[in-house]
Design a protein around this ligand. Sequence first.
Ligand SMILES: C[S@@+](CC[C@H](N)C(=O)[O-])C[C@H]1O[C@@H](n2cnc3c(N)ncnc32)[C@H](O)[C@@H]1O
Length: 218
Amino acid sequence: MTDWTKEKTVEYITIQKHLHTKEKLGEYYDEWAPNYDQAVSSMGYIGPSITSNLLQKYVNSKNALIFDVASGTGLVGEVLANSGYSNIDAVDGSAASIDVARKKNIYNNLYVQWLGGDNKLNINNDRYDAIVCAGAFAYNHLKSDVFPELIRVTKPGGYILITMRTRWLRIEATFSDGKLEADMKKHEKERKWKLVEKKVKEEEDSEQNVVTFVHQVC
Ligand SMILES: C[S@@+](CC[C@H](N)C(=O)[O-])C[C@H]1O[C@@H](n2cnc3c(N)ncnc32)[C@H](O)[C@@H]1O
């Protein structure tokens, strides 16, 4: 196994800005899947723990049905399972990442699917008590066009937690100059969901700052 130091991981992440298609992004994550967990732990990735801590504030029942969107190899699911949540499903576009996640035996249903555009989830309306999505709103990753599907599969009163690096709000063209938050507000004006919390975790290196948006579905 390659030794994934912090430097090597940071360098590998910078490649993402050259991955302009879903196919290229898929190859990138498929190739990374066996080493992803080791790599991101070397750089102190805290997205899963931030997400889990916030979920516990909003969803008390450990039997609640949770959907880990863009789960990757299942790091968020692992933290949720360690916190006692026992009904978790996952979706990700990278088949190799979903294979790694499957082997952890923490998810009930796992789906391999790219989200966005016209791609719809083969999941009933109002199914989940909460959606968690960590590290997936980024350059050429998930965009605001997935919001309607996320809202559709979440129960009224349920929560959608999106955790992301603040720097993507600047770098990704469809998020920059407030566009991502404007798209969130558009759905709020249409009474599809309501922002209940926006929390920024500041890091020593501000490029690593993390923001979580918690919306409650109407
Ligand atoms: C940085 S990883 C985060 C994985 C996991 N949530 C975590 O916190 O470790 C981003 C994940 O988003 C997935 N992804 C990116 N764009 C996607 C899309 N449009 N549809 C489905 N999955 C997507 C990638 O395959 C990758 O596994």
